[in-house]
Design a protein around this ligand. Structure first.
Ligand SMILES: Nc1ncnc2c1ncn2[C@@H]1O[C@H](COP(=O)(O)OP(=O)(O)OP(=O)(O)O)[C@@H](O)[C@H]1O
Ligand SMILES: [Mg+2]
Length: 647
């Protein structure tokens, strides 16, 4: 408990107390010397003894308002009389001793004590002596830092264990995010000469946990997210810990420098940031898949699009939706011969699908060739000059299928009724715009509106690629500011599902998944009040912790979020809210009610009230401004310190 009491910060005496609250007698002069006593500020109280013994316990208090003293009535009358007796130009004379005293009401937040040499904080008081003389101080600087960054010995042990698992020596890292601020007016307690107290978010509180960022528009939510991304990146680099971070950037503010802020995450960490977009843009990776190569992903995307559209559903369309492009497995076949037959049919099916895509206007990758095998008799009959096993251009492949359909009857007599298989038949129908009876169908035309979802230059599944980046500790920014909103939502979900499922698979195999932090803006859209908890986003919010996925979500409205998820959120950062409804929603959690007045009244940007898992109470913090220039300099220094072979 060394250093918690700062003699110079004495502000008064406890004159009455119980389990819940303490009343304090204070005096203008003392308050001024301690640089003021703002509403909601922390105070510490300890028994004074004649001996030089250090106090055995120190109470932690929070100022919740003024308290009338018994003599206040008389004093007020005397003050009024003094004022009345003076002319307007006379100097005020209210400095008389009895006028200077005042009362403060405080809530008891807990008790600091020591056991086995370690500082502990109980969240109440065990007992109180009515006659005790408790001196009260307003902690600043190092003392205040100790209080707000307190972590219980149990949690510290857990943190150290986690650190060992990660191969780090000592404690897990902490992320500095701001300094204590009590009130909008901060001339004294944060002015020149005041000692700031830095607040840290413990990595154990943050990693594999949920963090909510609330506040009205333009009160610094995105800044908080940027600040978090950069401290996590910086601390991870310093400590050699890989923490992948992915930002769902709805407004493009993380991916691009905007005019107001001059600098973005992508600019600060150019080597560690990978940006994705749904439309081709220099400097961005395509967030889409190549339909010719990621066949199942592409087909899934098309299925989602068709199901979500108002397109007429003919029998052919239904058949297309229920296709499955999984490769046949050897163990599912009765014999090797049967397996080979299925494999050949599967390749023929892929060929028909790819040919149909080209027909629908989906640009094939440069130099793309379509290959498949058919029995020699069929090959001779369709076109004796080409062998599809050697590769056909998409145009040649189309001619091949067109001819095969024209002489279908003959081919059946050669190759048997099932030489093409039912799935290939469906695809040929769509490609050639004819149903089984030879009647016209729109066929591939139905797929034409979705051409933009295909990325001809991509060679791997975007989800796998993103997951690999995250596992390598990179920052991935999904710039969702451009492109179709429906597609954005579906792709966003698919990526989230892939991250969740990949990490769960690692976890279920008994290994440690990589640390991943997912940041989402406008969270009420994805984990809203009515969202079924089985959907992917609520699932991540609920169960991501197991798979070491942390989620940070930002929204303006506390009330619009799923209550179940909010109740399971370990860290809450909230800046200005403008109405009682939102405050009441929040006031149901922890001691946020103490801040109801200040949250509505103070509109200061970045002035947040923060509750973290480790801290048993809310701490008012001014979040640091994300400063791209400073971060760039830091990042440059950090990179210089990296081993030469590190990525
Ligand atoms: N802690 C801070 N200190 C100083 N300025 C800040 C701080 N936080 C944010 N700002 C500035 O205030 C403005 C609004 O911040 P920001 O974009 O983070 O708000 P927001 O809550 O995300 O708004 P919106 O709801 O519109 O997304 C920005 O110009 C930003 O630079
Ligand atoms: Mg924002």
């Amino acid at each position: 408990m060394d250093g918690l009491i700062q003699e110079s910060q004495f502000v008064g005496w406890v004159y009455q107390m119980d389990y819940e609250q303490a009343l304090i007698l204070t005096r203008d002069e003392w308050k001024l010397r301690a640089r003021g006593v703002p509403l909601n500020c922390f105070l510490v109280a300890a028994a004074v003894s004649k001996k030089t013994d250090a106090p055995r316990e120190i109470l932690l208090l929070r100022v919740t308002g003024p308290m009338a003293l018994p003599q206040d009535g008389e004093a007020t009358q005397a003050k009024i009389e003094a004022c009345q007796g003076r002319a307007a130009d006379q100097a005020r004379d209210n400095t008389k001793d009895e006028f200077q005293f005042g009362g403060l009401k405080c809530r008891v937040l807990g008790t600091f004590y020591e056991r086995d040499g370690r500082l502990r904080l109980g969240s109440d008081i065990e007992s109180y002596a009515s006659a005790a003389q408790l001196a009260v101080y307003r902690p600043t600087g190092a003392a205040l830092e100790k209080i707000i960054n307190y972590i219980s010995p149990e949690r510290a042990v857990a943190a150290e264990e986690e650190a060992r698992r990660l191969g780090l020596n000592g404690e897990l890292p902490r992320f500095p995010i701001g300094t204590v601020r009590y009130a909008s007016t901060d001339r004294l307690h944060r002015g020149d000469g005041a000692e700031p107290a830095t607040f840290h978010l413990n990595a154990v509180d943050f990693l594999a946990r949920r963090t909510a960022v609330f506040g009205m528009t333009r009160t610094g939510k995105s800044n908080t997210v940027k600040q978090l991304v950069s401290v996590v990146m910086r601390t991870g680099t310093e400590r050699g810990l890989k923490i992948g971070q992915i930002i769902y950037d709805l407004n493009g503010e993380y991916a691009n420098a905007n005019q107001q802020d001059q600098g973005s995450i992508a600019e600060v960490y150019p080597e560690d940031t990978i940006r994705y977009r749904m439309i081709p843009t220099p400097g961005f990776e395509p967030m889409l898949n190549n339909f010719y190569r990621q066949i199942s992903e592409g087909h899934n995307t098309l299925r989602g699009l068709i199901e979500g559209s108002k397109l007429p559903r003919s029998a052919d369309v239904e058949a297309f939706l229920s296709l499955d492009f999984e490769e046949p497995r050897k163990e599912d076949s009765s014999s090797d011969h049967e397996y080979q037959r299925q494999l050949a049919q599967h390749r023929l099916k892929l060929a028909a699908y790819q040919t149909m895509l080209t027909r629908a206007g989906y640009e094939p990758p440069a130099g793309f060739e379509i290959r498949f095998e058919v029995i020699p008799g069929v090959r001779q009959k369709v076109n004796r000059t080409v062998d599809p096993a050697n590769g056909l251009s998409p145009a040649q492949a189309y001619d091949w299928f067109d001819m095969a359909r024209k002489i279908q009857e003959e081919l059946i007599t050669i190759g048997g009724a099932s030489w093409i298989g039912p799935d290939t038949n469906v695809l040929m129908n769509l490609m050639l715009q004819k149903n089984d009876q030879g009647g016209y169908i729109p066929g591939f035309r139905l797929l034409q509106p979705f051409k933009d979802y295909h990325a001809p230059n991509r060679s791997t599944d975007v989800c796998n690629e993103i997951y690999d980046h995250l596992a390598a500790g990179k920052i991935v920014i999904l710039d969702l500011s451009v492109g179709d909103p429906g597609q954005r939502e579906r792709l966003g979900k698919r990526i989230a599902r892939h991250i969740f499922q990949s990490s769960m698979a690692v976890f279920n195999a008994g290994r440690l998944p990589p640390h991943v932090v997912i940041y989402v803006e406008e969270a009420h859209n994805i984990i809203g009040r009515t969202a079924p908890l089985t959907e992917i986003w609520p699932s991540i919010a609920k169960e991501g912790a197991k798979a070491r996925i942390a989620m940070v979500y930002a929204t303006q409205e506390v009330s619009s979020l799923h209550p179940n998820i909010l109740a399971n959120t370990e860290n809450i950062l909230v800046s200005h809210l403008n109405n009682e409804n939102e405050i009441n929603e929040l006031a149901r959690y922890y001691d946020f009610r103490d801040f109801a007045v200040s949250l509505i009244r103070a509109q200061d940007v970045g002035f947040a009230r923060v509750k973290t898992l480790s801290n048993p109470f809310v701490i008012p913090v001014q979040i640091d401004k994300f400063d791209p220039e400073r971060e760039k300099r830091r990042a440059a220094r950090g990179n210089a310190g990296r081993p030469a072979d590190s990525p």
